[in-house]
Ligand binder design. Sequence first.
Ligand SMILES: [Zn+2]
Ligand SMILES: [Zn+2]
Length: 105
Amino acid sequence: MRFCPKCGKMLMPKNDILKCACGYEEKISAEVAEREYKFKGERKKENKVIVTDNNNIALPTTKITCYKCGGTKGVWWTVQTRSADEAPTYFIRCVKCGNTWRRSN
Ligand SMILES: [Zn+2]
Ligand SMILES: [Zn+2]
């Protein structure tokens, strides 16, 4: 599964291109599409990153200051980009207005 490095949304493949609603696009190979999106439906790996666009999932909350609405309650999650050696990227979403951004650290 891939996540948009810009906004943190889950990317779904269209043919061999991952497209995000924010405009981000990434070309992937057929092997990657098959491996990460289980196109053949064979592999079962449940220890993947939690899908973030489902509001029913309880994400940990944190104190924030939303630069859009001034909200103070947010949820956060991490996305492991690229290799497992790199530190995961933190995303924060304002629960009030849904504004999502990367935590810069
Ligand atoms: Zn995006
Ligand atoms: Zn907000």
